[in-house]
Design a binder for this molecule. Structure first.
Ligand code: PLP
Length: 395
């Protein structure tokens, strides 16, 4: 069998391993006594209108509509309504023909990467810290995966490091803002600077360099901050979106790829996305979900809960003495470990039943990620454990 696949299937991700640890621990000492910050599973309920819509669709009893195949790229009206919503929000002029419905951002990324990759010479860049699966997706698409080292002060894009990595083989760069794991939202100036650099390099290398914009957290931002729509700043952009986080539907597997007309060779790129969807067997995203999105394209879940949790966890931990990056969005907090080796710190935290993910998995050393999409009670109760852990290091 395929050794790479065997390897991927045999090695569970550290996040899954830690999640299993907390599950076991919860059975031993009780749910409320384990402070599990491992998984990015939304804690906020889906928008009630979404469930009402599902029920209405099912009760209408038109089974071939509800459960039948849609076209490979997705239902026309669903795609049209998504395009209309994006146009209103971002002053664009997308149509259904720019959209391909998928089983969430993971499938969108796999499709975009497969559509763009011609050979192993093609390099896909990710900006650290980055979502671990990018490497798996890029390499499965046949590309070479490279990492742009982080700016350890701000966790914004490190342009010196970016310039070191860009070369004639660069095919695309994945941009994820709001960012998992840092919670940072890249500033408009940074994105404009990125756009300028890429435009120059496109001229120099005489080929397109695409931004693959991975934005499942687009709507989870705090303090009135805006997430710039990257295709408005840089033409050669493909957007990978998902309703997993904004509508709290991670298990329903629904999202899309957006190929704007302005992107270089967009018609062929869109066709290549259709081809990649076909090659992967990712045709016709779940019909029931597509039809529900058709009517709920403008909705989100109640994001106030995450803002409340952001304030609780950031203020609580910094008051104890921990150094944290203040999250502007998503539902992750990046905290400096109290020793250089984040794995050792994670192991010591476990003694207090605090479960966090070491940052090495995201291309950064010396930090841990806390997914604060948990109940506020868990955050409040965890503070005494964090305090004990802090004291152990600062005796
Ligand atoms: N990209 C990022 C940055 C994520 O955090 C996740 C999931 O946590 C994904 C992509 C995959 O999302 P989906 O569940 O929609 O496949």
């Amino acid at each position: 069998m395929n050794k790479e696949m065997l390897n991927l299937g045999s090695n569970r991700s550290i996040i899954r391993e830690l999640f299993e640890f907390s599950k076991q621990r919860k059975q031993e000492i009780g749910e409320d006594n384990v402070y599990d910050f491992t998984l990015g599973n939304p804690s906020v309920k889906p928008n009630p209108k979404f469930n009402e819509t599902l029920i209405k669709i099912i009760n209408a009893g038109n089974d071939s509509y509800t459960h039948g195949y849609t076209s490979a790229a997705g239902d026309n009206l669903t795609r049209k309504n998504i395009a209309d919503d994006l146009n209103k929000r971002f002053n664009t002029n997308y149509t259904l023909n720019n959209l391909y419905m998928t089983c969430g951002a993971a499938a969108s990324l796999c499709i975009a990467l497969r559509a763009l990759t011609e050979s192993k010479n093609d390099e896909i860049l990710a900006i650290a810290p980055y979502f671990t699966e990018y490497k798996v997706f890029a390499e499965s698409a046949g590309a070479t995966f490279k990492v742009v080292k982080p700016n350890m002060e701000t966790f914004e894009i490190n342009f010196d490091e970016l310039l070191k990595e860009l070369n004639p083989n660069t095919k695309a760069i994945i941009v994820n803002s709001p960012n998992n794991p840092s919670g940072v939202v890249y500033k408009k100036e940074s994105l404009l600077k990125l756009a300028d650099i890429l435009k120059q390099k496109e001229k120099e290398y005489n080929h397109a360099i695409y931004i693959i914009c991975d934005e499942p957290y687009r709507e989870i931002v705090f303090d009135g901050l805006e997430v710039p729509h990257i295709p408005n700043l840089y033409d050669d952009t493909v957007v990978c979106y998902s309703y997993s986080k904004s509508l709290s539907l991670p298990g329903e597997r629904i999202g899309y790829v957006l190929v704007p007309d302005k992107a270089y060779d967009s018609k062929n790129l869109y066709l290549a996305c259709l081809g990649a969807g076909r090659a992967y067997g990712y045709v016709c995203a779940p019909s029931l979900m597509q039809h529900a999105i058709e009517q709920c394209a403008t909705l989100t879940s109640d994001m106030n809960e995450y803002k409340k949790n952001r304030d609780l966890i950031y203020n609580g931990l910094t008051k104890i003495g921990y150094e944290c990056v203040k999250p502007d969005g998503a539902f992750y907090l990046f905290m400096k470990a109290l020793e250089p080796d984040a794995y050792k710190f994670m192991e010591r935290a476990k003694k207090y039943d605090i479960v966090v993910v070491p940052s090495d998995n995201f291309g950064v050393k010396g930090y841990v990620r806390l997914a604060y999409c948990v109940s506020s009670k868990t955050i409040i109760n965890s503070m005494q454990a964090f305090e004990k852990l802090y004291k152990e290091y600062n005796k």
